[in-house]
Design a protein around this ligand. Structure first.
Ligand SMILES: [Zn+2]
Length: 177
C-alpha cells in the first residue's frame, strides 16, 4: 500500500490525516505535517582475494530466501561509513573498512504491507578481520564469482543496478590487457 494511504493518523495527536498535493499529509487538529520521504539504506560489496563477491541470503521478508548484498537502513545521526561497518558486523560478524562509493539508487522496500521509498547507497568495503558467520537478517552467506552472480534471485533492483555498475567498472579491460 502506498504510504499516503497507509498513514491514516497524525503521529502527534492521533487525529485523522488528510492527503495533500505531493508527498505530504496534513493534520487539521494540531497543524503538523507528515512527509513521505525516502529512507536511506546501504548495500556493501565485499570481495575475497579471488575477486568473488560476498552475498547473503535474506532471512526475513521482503524477499525472504533471496540473495542480497549485506546492508540495511541507516540510523539517525549515523555516518554512511559507520552504518556500513555496523550492518556488516551485524549480518556477518566481520569488520570491514568502507572504500568506494559505487552509486545511489532509488528503490522501494515493502514492509508490513506498506511501500517504503528508499535511497540505496552502494559502496565497496575491504575485509579487515573476523570469521564470516551469518546472523541477524542473514541466514546464509556465499562468495559468487563475478560471472555467476544470481541476478534473477537478487532481491532489490537498486542492488542489482549497483552490482551491475560495479561489475561494468571492474570488468573494463585496461590498456595493458
Ligand atoms: Zn495532529
Amino acid at each position: 500500500m502506498n504510504p499516503k494511504k497507509a498513514y491514516k493518523y497524525c503521529f502527534s495527536c492521533g487525529h485523522a490525516l488528510v492527503a495533500q498535493k505531493g508527498n505530504v499529509l496534513a493534520c487539521f487538529s494540531c497543524s503538523r505535517h507528515t512527509y513521505i520521504n525516502p529512507f536511506p539504506t546501504n548495500g556493501v560489496i565485499i570481495e575475497n582475494k579471488k575477486g568473488e563477491i560476498l552475498l547473503v541470503r535474506r532471512a526475513f521478508a521482503p524477499f525472504r530466501g533471496w540473495w542480497d548484498v549485506p546492508g540495511g537502513f541507516i540510523q539517525p545521526r549515523e555516518s554512511i561509513e559507520r552504518s556500513i561497518k555496523r550492518e556488516v558486523k551485524e549480518e556477518l560478524n566481520i569488520t570491514v573498512s568502507p572504500k568506494k562509493l559505487i552509486g545511489i539508487y532509488t528503490d522501494t522496500y515493502l514492509f508490513e504491507g506498506v511501500i517504503n521509498y528508499t535511497l540505496c547507497i552502494i559502496a565497496t568495503a575491504d575485509f579487515v578481520d573476523g570469521v564470516i558467520t551469518a546472523a541477524d537478517d542473514a541466514s546464509e552467506w556465499k562468495f559468487f564469482s563475478k560471472t555467476k552472480l544470481p541476478f534473477k534471485r537478487i532481491a532489490f533492483k537498486g542492488v542489482r543496478k549497483g552490482l551491475a555498475d560495479y561489475l561494468s567498472s571492474t570488468l573494463l579491460p585496461n590498456f595493458s590487457a
